[in-house]
Design a protein around this ligand. Structure first.
Ligand SMILES: Cc1ncc(COP(=O)(O)O)c(C=O)c1O
Length: 456
């Protein structure tokens, strides 16, 4: 695991040879972007792809080379995505759908082609099943305000887990308050994974919707989405999957999972911020009322009423994030060129290595299941060490060692309460990370723990 066959189709051909043209922050030095010379067998996917990400090749103000391990919060962007954005703004920036001139035509084609790329990426039956939103949060709110307000009533139940991101909890709290529906939460097993059997038993004729993550941004665990969807459908309930932490890292096929709604964010999958998407089954999208009103989403507007466009336009009011959608399309091309199965396999190796290496540190508490006890554990570890504050760990790692991790509740306060902590530190990897990055992190973490322990 973690090595590539010598005949792997290299994504290096997408590398911008002129890396020095990318501006970097004042006070930062750039490291050489060339691939370290290693025997072919030991070159990992991380080694191969890291040169594609200019931001990763810099020296911080403390003289340390940046080690970026905050990928669950947002991923870095390869040169091809930066170039796609630059190309759009410098060559064919124009508004979409409503112009007959050349630039508008080019922008419309590129925008709609990005939609097709995203649809193919998650195997949606047709590109119209993909609605571009500002991010995954907006995509969930779209379903909550449109489908939720139209379909939920007093006595209806929505099932979630305590491990959901705030983006998947708060919109449903608001909709429940407005409709009288009730939220029911699945708790964790002793292994710190959402209790799937409890979820199965909770589903009843009152269940109208099940909202679950695919991969947890704190526990690193994954849920059996196909099974949960089948249980939900058996009582006529709909299924919404928060795929923010799965779509960037593994093969996700909305047709084989049979989900009704699925959301993800571009910025976690090598694309720009400001764009995400909702996949919805066409029979659901076609009868859902608009979420926002304005230009682009109408068929006809009269003074006293309006009629609405077909999906996806019905849900894309106003000028969309055109450049960002095109950037997301480039990111999808880039990921597809590497191959999502290859990324998934490589990250499983990294996940095991990270978990095992972290376990060697005394007083380490990593949340979520051990890699050996689950089919799939993501390459991320949320953790606490003794009584050291997670923010102190993250700040020391950054300032002294140049290692970027996250600390806080990771937008999962209910989960942290369930784990009986206020916050945790989190190291999260992506396919451009290497075992050497993990080694650097572990050495830095040992030093950090040593420093704070000496103060106790
Ligand atoms: C599991 C999960 N769901 C939802 C979100 C929200 O994504 P965004 O802030 O891009 O809308 C995140 C982001 O951290 C996440 O990790």
């Amino acid at each position: 695991m973690g090595t590539l066959l010598p005949n792997h189709p290299s994504p290096l051909k997408t590398l911008n040879p002129n890396l020095t043209s990318i501006p970097i922050r004042k006070g930062f030095k750039r490291f050489s972007s060339s691939v370290a010379v290693k025997p072919v067998q030991s070159i990992s996917l991380g080694d191969i792809t890291k040169p594609d990400f200019p931001i990763l090749h810099q020296e911080l103000e403390n003289g340390k080379k940046l080690v970026y391990l905050d990928n669950a919060a947002t991923s870095q962007k390869p040169t091809v995505v930066l170039e796609a954005l630059n190309d759009y703004y410098s060559r064919y920036n124009s508004n979409v759908h409503r112009g007959v001139h050349t630039l508008s035509d080019m922008a419309t084609n590129a925008y709609e082609s990005a939609r097709t790329k995203v649809a193919n990426f998650v195997n949606a039956p047709q590109s119209q099943d993909i609605v571009f939103t500002r991010n995954a949060t907006e995509a969930i709110n779209l379903v909550a305000y449109s489908w939720g307000l139209a379909n939920l009533k007093l006595g209806d139940e929505i099932i979630l887990t305590v491990a959901e991101h705030h983006s998947a909890i708060v919109p449903w709290q608001i909709v429940a308050q407005k409709t009288g529906a009730t939220l029911k939460f699945v708790t964790l097993t002793e292994e710190q994974v959402p209790d799937v059997l409890q979820l199965k038993e909770m589903i009843s004729k009152n269940t109208k919707l099940v909202v679950v993550h695919h991969v947890s941004n704190v526990l690193g665990s994954s849920l059996p989405i196909g099974d949960i969807t089948a249980w939900s459908h058996s009582v006529g309930a709909k299924m919404l999957v928060d795929a923010c932490q799965s779509v960037p890292h593994m093969v996700v096929d909305v047709q084989s999972l049979d989900v009704d709604f699925l959301v993800a964010s571009s910025h976690k999958m090598c694309g720009p911020t400001g764009i995400g998407f909702l996949y919805g089954k066409s029979e659901l999208l076609s009868v859902m009322p608009p979420f926002l009103g304005g230009g682009e989403m109408i068929a006809d507007v009269f003074l006293d009423h309006s009629t609405y466009a077909e999906p996806p336009s019905r849900f894309e009011a106003g000028t969309p994030a055109i450049g960002e959608a095109i950037g997301l399309g480039a990111a999808v091309d880039y990921l597809s060129e590497i191959g999502m199965q290859k990324i998934q396999d490589y990250e499983i190796g990294l996940a095991g290595y990270l978990h095992e290496s972290m376990c060697s540190i005394p007083k380490m508490r990593i949340y979520g299941p051990a890699p050996s006890r689950t089919v799939h554990r993501a390459a991320l570890c949320a953790f606490n060490v003794g009584t050291i504050q997670p923010t102190d760990i993250a700040a020391y790692l950054n300032t002294i060692h140049g290692v970027a991790i996250r600390s806080g509740h990771h937008c999962a306060q209910p989960l942290h309460r369930d784990l009986d902590v206020n916050s945790s530190a989190r190291a999260s990897l992506y396919f451009y990370n290497t075992k050497e990055d993990v080694d650097t992190f572990i050495e830095a973490l040992k030093d950090t723990v040593g420093f704070f322990s000496s103060l106790e």
